[in-house]
Design a protein around this ligand. Structure first.
Ligand code: GAL
Length: 663
């Protein structure tokens, strides 16, 4: 639970002189900025020459800010090692999939696995932690910045060596690897681990196992770097540690946050894509259940760099974003960035204050956020985001499998977002949960677009079903083994036995004029699909037309007190959307899902609970206004006025807080 709400900004005091800093502090206080994040690119200021380290400037800044009521999240500067580290040392640099070695400049140019990099990173972080770790102004830490945002899997010599070690740990003997990957194919067969290539340039596609495992290896290594850095900080500071991540990056967020203290993310979704914004809140809430998440970066108006810019937010949208985030479990809402940069490659980016110290186009919106923050803070701190009853599994490991096998440029994030959006628009309160999440408290679980379903995940889901949950599997889930190969006992392996089905065929439905019927709707079917022969299960959706007419694409099977539902194909178009809504609605009712409203599309209801009280934070996100039906008399928590049962109208980007007292 939050004790206070933060309203913050990224700040780069090393880029300005002292007068500007004094002006910044004054302006921050006027704008209600109570936390800043500093230091994440400042390595050359801290260590201008190798071994000459001085963190004094940052300690002074932190203290000065603190005297003015502004707290600090201190960062480690490892995304940008200085020239003394890079110059003349191509072996320390990141190498991309085309075997191009990065030179100095931009950021994320080093290989984060390079031993010398690790050594230097450990030294600088230790100095920082020692110098500022106990300052009262430091309330948190951020490791690095957006790991693997610009880069993916490194192909350098160091990574090659580590890759071989990783494989040996995973497979034990090269024979086991050969067997798991089926390397007799195309004469890939390896005699020793050292011969296993990295998935670099090749005339055609690499073996699926090689590509997926290399991604998992890379995700594991970057998380290890984060663990290593966190351990150093903990020696000198008790402040909680995070990393600012995103589902767009080449990381496994679940693994990354495992050894960090709180979760945070960056988002630059434009106002037309509010589901793309909200999905992050519904996911990040679940990486660290015991601590609220932070929005570490978002633009007060627009994102931009030298080469592009996004549409600035309409007035009013920023406040809607902030209120929705706080209500959905955020403790902080922070901007990138405070003062517009005068140099570099991001001068055109939206900021709170211009490079010449004046309010920007987003400034009035920042003031609105601050006003709202103050208004809702007492309610947020005495309540917490309600436990959702519907969960959708989000998996960065599935993202890796889909990157290897994208069929038609499919990616996990876009597929899951579209799936999520439907649930959101249906007014159902929902969680996105990482693969390892406990499933207690949920009633309905969706597992879409996960090529490989692990035994551990399956066992947890089966227990959930036995206790009365409804588990909907698919589309596109379960058809691959942990090594990214095809099952040879059955199309979906053991899963079929539990689901009471036999998969007859798997093939792509696109372009086959397949029509399926379920829940009283006929719709075209799409994507790579599974066609079932129900054994103990019963057919719920049947193909009316296509290559296998009369066969099932949706089945349902009771198990314990719950049910397993197989969704073998992706219903498409408007009818497909209707069919999926009916499916969700049907199983939500059957599972007894109650946290649900009739809120209109574009408006969101974030339920929160406190002792004996419930709150609905109703926020319009699309600028068109909306409404929701209030079923029992409530009170407007901000004005104290009574709210009668019936339609509650919400204006453009407006928010209301309805309080219900349970008798
Ligand atoms: C983030 C990054 C920031 C800044 C921002 C611009 O990805 O962490 O440093 O570049 O994007 O939108």
């Amino acid at each position: 639970m939050s004790k206070k709400l933060y309203h913050g900004a990224a700040y780069y005091p090393e880029l300005w002189n002292e007068q500007v800093m004094e002006q910044d502090i004054r302006l921050m206080k006027e704008a209600g900025i109570n936390v800043v994040r500093i230091g994440e690119f400042a390595w050359s200021t801290m260590e201008p020459e190798e071994g000459r380290i001085d963190i004094g400037f940052f300690a002074k800044v932190i203290n000065r800010l603190y005297e003015n009521g502004i707290e600090t999240v201190m960062c480690t500067p490892t995304p940008t090692p200085p020239i003394w580290f890079t110059h003349g040392h191509p072996e320390r640099m990141y190498v991309d999939e085309h075997l191009q070695t990065m030179g100095h400049g931009s950021r994320q140019h080093p290989c984060t696995n390079n031993p010398y990099f690790r050594e230097k990173a450990a030294i600088i972080t230790e100095h920082i932690a020692k110098a500022v770790g106990r300052l009262p102004g430091v309330i948190g830490w951020q490791i690095d910045n957006e790991f693997k945002a610009h880069v993916a899997e490194c192909m350098c010599g160091t990574c090659k060596r580590l890759w071989h070690e990783w494989l040996e740990r995973r497979y034990g003997t090269v024979e086991k690897l050969n067997d798991a990957w089926g390397t007799q194919i195309w004469s890939e067969y390896y005699l020793r681990f050292e011969q296993v290539p990295q998935p670099g340039p090749a005339p055609f596609l690499h073996n699926s196992s090689l590509r997926t495992m290399y991604q998992l290896f890379s995700m594991e290594k970057i998380a290890e770097f984060s663990d290593e850095q966190a351990a150093i900080i903990r020696k000198y500071s008790d402040a909680p540690i995070t990393h600012n991540s995103s589902v767009a990056f080449h990381v496994d967020n679940e693994r990354l946050f495992q050894n960090l203290d709180f979760a945070s993310f960056d988002t630059y979704a434009v106002s037309d894509n509010s589901p793309g914004y909200l999905i992050n809140c519904d996911l990040w809430r679940n990486f660290k259940k015991d601590r609220p998440f932070w929005i570490m970066e978002t633009s007060p108006s627009h994102s931009a760099s030298l080469e592009s810019y996004a549409k600035p937010h309409p007035n009013g949208y920023l406040r809607a974003e902030a209120v929705a985030a706080y209500a959905l479990g955020a403790e902080a809402f922070c901007y990138w960035l405070w003062r517009q940069q005068r140099a570099g490659c991001e001068q055109p980016h939206g900021s709170v204050i211009s490079a010449w110290g004046k309010p920007t186009v987003g400034y009035a919106n920042v003031l609105e956020v601050e006003q709202a923050r103050k208004e809702i803070e007492p309610i947020i701190v005495r309540s917490e985001a309600a436990q959702a009853e519907v969960a959708v599994t989000y998996s960065d490991r599935a993202k890796a499998f889909l990157k290897t096998e994208p069929h038609k440029k499919l990616n996990h994030r876009a597929l899951v977002t579209a799936f999520y959006e439907r649930i959101l628009h249906m007014g159902i309160h929902r969680d996105l949960v990482p693969e390892g999440a406990e499933l207690d408290g949920y009633k309905l679980l969706f597992t879409p677009f996960i090529h490989y379903i692990s035994g551990d995940y399956r066992d947890r889901a089966l227990k959930f079903v036995e206790n009365g949950g409804v588990w909907v599997i698919g589309p596109l889930s379960g058809g691959r083994t942990e090594h990214h190969t095809i099952h040879t006992d059955a199309a979906l392996g053991e899963l079929e036995r539990f689901a009471g089905v036999e998969t007859l065929y798997t093939y792509p439905m696109d372009g086959t004029d397949t029509i399926g019927r379920a829940f009283g709707v006929s719709a075209p079917l799409s994507l790579w699909s599974c066609i079932f022969e129900p054994k103990e299960a019963k057919a719920i959706g049947v193909m009316e037309q296509g290559l296998a007419p009369g066969k099932a694409f949706i089945t349902e099977h009771s198990r314990g007190q719950g049910k397993i539902v197989m969704l073998g194909s992706m219903p498409a178009g408007d009818e497909g959307d209707e069919m999926l809504r009916k499916l969700i609605d049907h199983y939500a009712r059957e599972a007894g899902v109650k946290l649900r409203t009739d809120v209109t599309k574009g408006t969101v209801v974030a339920p929160r609970i406190a002792d004996g009280r419930r709150y609905w934070f109703v926020v319009n996100m699309d600028g068109a206004g909306g409404s929701v039906t209030i079923l029992q008399e409530g009170v407007d928590a901000l004005t104290g006025q009574s709210i009668k049962p019936g339609k509650l109208e919400i204006g453009k980007y407006e928010y209301r807080i309805v309080e219900f007292v349970d008798s």
